[in-house]
Design a protein around this ligand. Structure first.
Ligand SMILES: O=C(O)CCC(=O)C(=O)O
Length: 238
């Protein structure tokens, strides 16, 4: 049995630029992924990137994860349901752009400025799906995803935020919506969907696992894919 999106789900994805796919991770997998996120956060491993633009408000991103943790690779990059869902959008051949663990600590700011993922990647013709998996119940209080529905139809300008690696999309924010998600839920969105998140004001961490997939067109990208860091997730040439 495959887990491809049906035509109604695909139509919704293409119209809004994102889709809530419901719970795809078992409780056991969520627990394991939380432990992995906690270990990365505790060890402050190399590869951590501070996402906060406010002083003393740590919000950390870890990437790559799968090269350092084989279980993350099995649980996320090789998750059959996630791969089927991505395949329904991107077709049979796609590679990993990157995987990421997001760790938003308790009672910390850590808002993430609105952006399109391709604002960071800069691909010319991005056919990208980002898979965002809640490892905690994500709510407006702890900084769930905020998105601008329909914003994936065009690239928008991004302005750098001085003193950080962060960029901010130049958009009208009046139509922003929160996308709460129970732990284990998969939200997929287009590489051009404008999104971000608010601070975590609760006393528990907000953790997210993600992976970003792309159709590797021979032209239309300026990045060279690396066979180790950007493995084929489906459709590897023989
Ligand atoms: O969950 C967040 O805070 C933002 C995640 C994000 O930007 C992404 O998955 O591309």
């Amino acid at each position: 049995m495959n887990h491809h999106l049906n035509s109604k789900q695909l139509a919704r994805y293409h119209s809004l630029g994102y889709l809530d796919c419901g719970r795809v991770m078992s409780d056991a997998a969520v627990t394991e992924l939380r432990d992995i996120a906690d270990r990365f956060a505790a060890e402050a491993q190399a590869g951590s990137i501070g996402l906060s633009t406010e002083p003393d408000q740590s919000y950390t991103l870890f990437t790559p994860v799968f090269t350092r943790n084989a279980r993350y690779k099995e649980l996320v990059l090789q998750h059959a349901v996630i791969l089927d869902i991505v395949e329904s959008v991107l077709g049979p051949v796609f590679r990993l752009v990157e995987d990421q663990l997001f760790y938003k600590p308790p009672r910390h700011g850590g808002a993430l400025a609105l952006h399109q993922d391709n604002g960071y990647y800069g691909y010319d013709e991005p056919k990208i799906v980002t898979c965002w998996i809640a490892l905690d119940d994500a709510t407006p209080e702890n900084g769930c995803l905020k998105i601008l529905p329909g914003s994936h139809r065009q690239e928008v300008r991004h302005d750098p935020i001085p003193g950080s690696i962060i960029i901010r999309a130049d958009v009208d924010e009046s139509q922003l919506i929160d996308v709460p998600a129970a732990a284990g839920t998969l939200i997929v969105f287009d590489g051009l969907l404008v999104h971000g998140s608010d601070p975590n004001t609760t006393d528990r961490p907000r953790r997210v696992a993600n992976m970003v997939a792309i159709v590797p067109t021979a032209d239309g990208t300026f990045r060279k894919f690396d066979d180790t860091l950007n493995p084929y997730l489906r459709g590897a040439p023989a």
